[in-house]
Design a protein around this ligand. Sequence first.
Ligand SMILES: [Zn+2]
Ligand SMILES: [Zn+2]
Length: 135
Amino acid sequence: MNLPARGGCHCGALRYEIDAEPIDSGYCHCTDCRKTTGAPALAWATVPTDAFRFLKGTPKTYRSSSTGERLFCGDCGAQILFRETPDPIYVDINIATLDVPEAITPDYHIFFAHRIPWFDTQDNLPRFAAREPTA
Ligand SMILES: [Zn+2]
Ligand SMILES: [Zn+2]
């Protein structure tokens, strides 16, 4: 992909860039991702925290679980990223908020057992019932 890669929320209040290739990417079907995005699944890409920065605006933060929080636009509601707390080494950006989202392709599905039954994608990617196994 071309770096830095830029993205932002729908209304333009938040703009960001990443300046490193993602080390991981996939779809998450968990309830937290669904309920915080309002979408049937979330496609994310993991980059080092140091490789991500906001160029414009200040996001709102929502703690979605005991171990993580989501940053989103307080004006239009678009969720930009997920990070584990309190001191994340990596952040997960929401691929759909990139200006060129096709630059990153998801590699697998997690929490597939939690998906909405009518929702699936046409691919042969690995589908993990919960988290991906760690190597
Ligand atoms: Zn916005
Ligand atoms: Zn999730």
